[in-house]
Design a binder for this molecule. Sequence first.
Ligand SMILES: Cc1ncc(COP(=O)(O)O)c(C=O)c1O
Length: 389
Amino acid sequence: MTFETIAGIENQHQLATYKKMPIAAERGEGVWIYTSDGDKYLDLYGGHAVAGTGHCHPHVVNALRQQAGELLFYSNLVYSGARARAAEKLVSIAPPSLTKTFFCNSGTEANENAMRMARMSTGREKIITFNGGFHGRTADAISATFLGKYREIGKPNVPGHLEAEFGNIESVRELADDTVAAIMLEPIQSMGGVRMAQPEFYRSLRELCDEHGIVLIYDEVQTGVGRVGQWFFAGSEAGGGVIPDIVTLAKALGSGVPVGACLVREAIASHIKENDLGTTFGGGMLAMAAVTATLEVIEQDRMLENVRRVEAYLRQRLREVERVVAVHGRGFLLGIEFVENAAPVHKALLERKIITGTSSNPKVLRLLPPLCLQEEHVDMFVSAVDFHG
Ligand SMILES: Cc1ncc(COP(=O)(O)O)c(C=O)c1O
């Protein structure tokens, strides 16, 4: 089918909820997307940060093929080797105190369950989140999202959600007391314009939580699974070494197969009993095979080292570009701030067959590329950005 035919059918039969790029993705390989019209695009957006291992990594594809031929799905009412392997692998790379997993299907669902666990384990209801943070579109997660119009879209909101100012510990102190169940944050706010706080902020959050018995939740739906050049932002130097009580994951965790997860401390997990949480598809075999293969690929292909090396190269190359004011973020979650608005840059790059993302900050262009991106791809991007100038 040609692009025109595909777009015509989608526009006729799909809700118009997304502003789409004028391409139809047909095939992917590593950092490349091939379109229905035979074009090739450099993908610096990774399909919304999902293609961490790159598109169609052979190890992931083979694992999925094999699992699909054995058993596609059975629920949590039975044990499964595929689920056991995924849980063991995920816990093995997690900060040592996060020893328990709960598998679900998406980022918003992981956050809903994290908040529920916090309420169940504390017997409290209030949740503090931050301006500029995004946590998903289901009722509780959208009520925790103090970014743009999302809470408005999600009305009526779930009660008990409080807003603090990201990076300002005093604003948290004013709200944090013994009636609060959880503080939840994206440790690097992605949609909010790739905003990070100082290490001291994360450390002070940990102290406040310890002082008041509050559960600290990191929404690592974007920052997790290697994107910041480490497995997680939790425990990183940039984050002051802080380990939260729950980490939520999705996006890159299954290399494109829908899967979400909560990583949970034993002290919280011990409050959760039979039937407290559940989801039909969570922990299904195909998704679990994707998780194991994804984590194996990141390890085998030394992608964490790759992210750190190529990030440094990208930052160095961008110093040559006059119109770039600053580069925010860590690893391959980067916000490139321009003197002017980023939307025309985004459009011009697309015309040069490079896919990037925007953010809620009009001057910030977002890069969320596959973790296998190389220096040669950075060169292509930098000359395209420079050419536009
Ligand atoms: C930080 C963060 N949390 C949660 C979500 C929601 O994830 P999902 O769309 O898989 O529900 C997203 C999605 O963009 C996100 O970026």
